[in-house]
Design a protein around this ligand. Structure first.
Ligand SMILES: C[S@@+](CC[C@H](N)C(=O)[O-])C[C@H]1O[C@@H](n2cnc3c(N)ncnc32)[C@H](O)[C@@H]1O
Length: 274
């Protein structure tokens, strides 16, 4: 049987808790206006599929003050952390153990289904997107952050990070049965589901838009969570992966340095007569 959670170890690691916090601080300011466009009913029902530690679910509850938000994930420690951190939003904000492959929810239950930073990490993303579309009401929206590891760009130093990004993701995805370039492949999957109004916007994480320290913390968390697996699953050794990360982190902290992560944010509407 395919491992449906090949990054289970990295996802549950403390470095992921830090990573999700830094990513949310970096991305949310640019993501908020995209979410506001959906013109949701005041008491909207919102699903955050693969909610992790609740970074986005809590921000959604804050952004839409009368909405009911359900976050689901399969890592209980993340769900426990989310429940304790965001207890003040309960019961309007709830967290449950559910898998995005098989949600325990009737068809058409949500006005908005959000799924951030998940589908690049698991196999059969097309099955997950179909499940997310199923639980979204006709006329409701899917909102996806689909990472793409060909959309990270760093300057050359003693090492050339282009070599790292050309090699590591390709080997890593082959070893884990995932698609680390799903940012560009999501369009075809959404179109195959006959969804409407498919659109993509790019959140730009760079030192001109995001504090250098926040950007650096994302890379530090990736280093801490992934160099071991990169050493095991790709031709790049653990030591070499660490050296690439150190250089990339230093270049982000360098006041004269520039780097950019382009983050695709896909949206699509479930047809009214579907
Ligand atoms: C990188 S984290 C993103 C968390 C959150 N969406 C955010 O933006 O902060 C990916 C999350 O997907 C979860 N995940 C992986 N497979 C899942 C599944 N089958 N069902 C539900 N969640 C899953 C992981 O446990 C992890 O918490």
């Amino acid at each position: 049987m395919t491992d449906l959670n090949p990054q289970a170890r990295q996802m549950a690691d403390e470095s992921m808790v830090r990573n999700l916090a830094a990513q949310a601080r970096a991305i949310w300011p640019q993501e908020m206006p995209l979410l506001r466009r959906y013109a949701l009913p005041a008491e909207a029902r919102i699903l955050d599929a693969g909610c992790g530690t609740g970074e986005a679910a809590s921000r959604l509850a804050e952004l839409f003050p009368a909405a009911r938000v359900l976050g689901v994930d399969i890592i209980d420690s993340h769900l426990d952390l989310a429940r304790s951190r965001y207890a003040s939003f309960a019961p309007r904000l709830a967290f449950e153990h559910q898998s995005v492959y098989d949600l325990d929810t009737e068809d058409g239950s949500f006005d908005l289904t959000v799924c951030r930073h998940v589908i690049q990490s698991i196999p059969h993303p097309d099955r997950v997107l179909a499940e997310l579309a199923r639980v979204t009401r006709p006329g409701g929206y899917l909102h996806l952050i689909a990472e793409d590891y060909g959309m990270l760009h760093f300057q050359r130093g003693a090492l050339d990070p282009r070599d790292f990004w050309h090699v590591a993701p390709r080997s890593f995805e082959a070893a884990t049965g995932t698609d680390l370039f799903i940012g560009r492949n999501a369009f075809g999957m959404l179109a195959a589901l006959n969804l409407e109004a498919i659109a993509v916007d790019y959140v730009i994480i760079d030192p001109l838009r995001v504090p250098r320290e926040t950007f650096a913390q994302i890379l530090e968390a990736w280093r801490d969570g992934y160099v071991e697996a990169i050493g095991e699953l790709t031709p790049i050794s653990r030591e070499s992966a660490s050296a690439y990360f150190e250089q990339m982190i230093a270049s982000i902290r360098d006041p004269l340095g520039y780097a950019v992560w382009q983050v695709p944010v896909w949206s699509a509407r479930v047809p009214r007569n579907g």
